[in-house]
Design a protein around this ligand. Structure first.
Ligand code: IVH
Length: 339
């Protein structure tokens, strides 16, 4: 990547670099979402996206129609039916320090017209590194489930999701007539190690058969990390294979709904539990910005001991009426952030 400071770029260099970034980020999106085999770290990917955003902020006239800031994830892969989400599945902006978190809070207060010392309550949730999915329930019955895909439409993986024991087939009443529930499918670290060891053994056996001249089917994929293992497992064309994988599901958000189920996010999480979903037990209502900062430190200190990989903590403004007023900018909500 070029290291010329954004302020020093001229318009021609900026246009050339934006074209290169659009191509490069699209390639990484495809590797990450389409093939579940990323080539670069999340941090390196975030740096590309941040550089793209910074150049676009300086040269808004150069924003491309295929700009990565207008897209989420990758396009639908071949082999699955497409499924349009009732509401788009968006992404989250990141902060990396107490200062940046504080700026995020200031922006919220300014937007809502709240006093500078006005308290903001959040819910903090570990950001599990898995595969996000959208689950449609009608009259309390699970109808279909899809991957995020490009944010507007994903892959219909209903049959595969039905093999996950923690996915409720029916909700405990009362519930809205129609609701989309969002959550993360993931593999715990210990389960991942067991699964990878089994795949390695299977690959060795396959190699022995190949050496003996046998004609073989598909290669055996050895996933690099729990995220890739979970994503690859959900995106199997044969649900019988998914059924053998140790997958879990935690629910944390909603998409479209025929009626609003709660006035605060923490009350919504209680509803999710009541309906029958697993909700992360570490998710917590945080009364103020300071309490949120303390939570960040607490989760950070306990991170290595968690049963699953996380890549941060998501902070969501607790009041849903305020979430609605804040709305979205680009592909991310103004009322939530990943730290
Ligand atoms: S909320 C509009 N909550 O993070 C809010 N996302 O960058 C959208 N994720 O694709 C997401 N844990 O896969 C939310 N507790 C959580 C999450 C979470 C993990 C992932 C999710 C999404 C990505 C957003």
């Amino acid at each position: 990547m070029k290291t010329i400071p954004v302020e020093a770029l001229n318009e021609l260099d900026a246009a050339i670099e934006l074209a290169a970034l659009a191509r490069e980020i699209a390639r990484h999106d495809k590797l990450y979402h389409g093939k579940d085999q990323p080539e670069i770290s999340d941090a390196a990917y975030d740096a590309l996206v941040a550089r793209n955003r910074a150049i676009e902020a300086r040269f808004p006239n150069l924003i491309r129609t295929d700009s990565p800031s207008r897209r989420v994830g990758a396009a639908v892969a071949e082999g699955f039916a497409k499924s349009r989400h009732g509401e788009p599945m968006l992404s989250l902006d990141n902060v990396f320090s107490p200062d940046e978190f504080s700026d995020f809070c200031k922006r919220i207060r300014r937007f809502l017209g709240i006093a500078e010392d006005g308290a903001l309550a959040f819910v903090g949730e570990p950001k599990i590194d898995g595969l996000s999915i959208n689950l449609l329930y009608e009259n309390g019955v699970f109808i279909k489930g899809a991957t995020r895909g490009d944010g507007a439409e994903g892959e219909d993986v209903t049959a595969n999701l039905l093999t996950i024991p923690s996915l409720p087939r029916k909700l405990t009443p009362p519930f809205p007539a129609q609701i989309e529930i969002r959550g993360e499918v993931f593999m715990e670290k210990a389960d991942f190690l067991g699964f990878r060891a089994a795949q390695e053994k299977a690959a060795e056996a396959r190699e022995a058969r190949r050496a003996a001249g046998e004609k073989l089917g598909d290669a055996i994929v050895i996933p690099a990390n729990p995220r890739n293992a979970a994503a690859g497992s959900v995106r199997q064309l044969d649900a019988r294979i998914t059924a053998t994988r140790p997958l879990k599901l935690l629910a944390y958000a909603m998409g479209s709904a025929s009626e609003a189920p709660a006035e605060t996010h923490h009350a919504f999480l209680d509803e999710l539990r009541r309906w029958g979903f697993a909700v992360n037990p570490l998710s917590r209502r945080l009364d103020s910005e300071d309490v949120a900062e303390a939570f960040q430190a607490e989760i950070g200190a306990g991170r290595a001991a968690l049963a699953y990989d996380i890549d941060g903590v998501v902070y969501k403004l607790d009041r849903i009426d305020w979430q609605r007023r804040l709305g979205f900018v680009g592909r991310a909500p103004r009322w939530a952030v990943a730290w």
